[in-house]
Write a protein that binds this ligand. Sequence first.
Ligand SMILES: Nc1ncnc2c1ncn2[C@@H]1O[C@H](COP(=O)(O)OP(=O)(O)O)[C@@H](O)[C@H]1O
Ligand SMILES: [Mg+2]
Length: 366
Amino acid sequence: MTNPFRFGSVVTREYFTNRENEIKEIVSEIKAGQHIVLMSPRRYGKTSLIDEAMKVSQMKWIRINMELISDEVDLANYYVKKALSLSRFEKIKRYLKNLKIQPYIQIQPITNEISVSFTAEEKNISTLLSDSFQLPETIAKNMKNKIVIVFDEFQEIRRISSMLERKMRGIFQYHQNIIYVFIGSQESMIREIFQNKKNPFYKFGRHITLHKIAEPKFSSFVVKRFFSQKIDARKIVKDILKFTDCHPYYTQQLCHEIYILNEKKTLTKEIINKAVSQIATEHHADYSRWWNGLTNTQRKVIIGIASDNYSPTSQEFIRKYGIKSASTSGSVVSKLIAIGTLVKKNGEKIRIEDPFWKEWILKNRR
Ligand SMILES: Nc1ncnc2c1ncn2[C@@H]1O[C@H](COP(=O)(O)OP(=O)(O)O)[C@@H](O)[C@H]1O
Ligand SMILES: [Mg+2]
């Protein structure tokens, strides 16, 4: 009686579906020594995909989650710790000798887990970073094995420090034994970092855009997972995927809730509404916080998009929702797309990113 659906963290094995082509592509690029930039909105499954691809590749790899890094010294600590975790215990001392600034090292005798802490003065930070970024290459050369380094949520680099991009690029470009994978969730920022000629990482890696999971494949995944618990979802799977628009995270979230609430062996449509409203209730605190963080005009635009099919810059829209002008509406929409509240896919209508939040808004206004 375990819930056959999971959401929130990285998914693997039976909780992970499809992506065969993406895995194949990523593995073959990496094996060819090609750096990669993997891009998609949040929660499409980038981290899960890279985990799977790394498993398939059987290469040594580390992941640096840039979201968790506070500043440059923190990055150096984390980087060195992760790099050392790849090498054999007996060799660690030798690698440490090469560092110009010596860290304080603690080793857990049972797990062999290492913690690294540098205490660096401002004037030393540049040296510290150079040494840290160089370490994996030294280790890889020594092991006579290539290493993959995955930077997750790489756009966060700009929050950590403005000099990091140049520093990294300057060192990475000479590495013969490391393949770099950059994962990014904020498309505009990732494009700026990798596609603007003025920036150090211009054209550093091959771009791969991750899309949602195709409907037929996702549909058979959903049916199969319910079926593993002897539940027949065939009648409603289309409606589930219509509600979530095949979004990997929201689909798993909805199915997870349906599984909890359902009492029958064959699912019927009512259960979808029940699950949606249950999720909206559970997340009331978050949803109202998001709502209260919006300006008045942003609220008007969001209400309009949630309720109507008009384009937000049309006369009908701005009249009906009391917005000053089409250009005001347009710039609010751009801002909300940039921060991920709204999404726009090529040729499609602009939508609210979180379908449960949308329902919460509509419900509260009824
Ligand atoms: N291939 C997949 N099959 C099924 N569910 C997936 C898949 N990829 C992602 N998901 C769902 O989406 C959620 C977010 O995945 P994650 O890898 O954290 O996305 P990202 O790194 O893009 O933010 C997972 O917890 C899971 O519920
Ligand atoms: Mg991720």
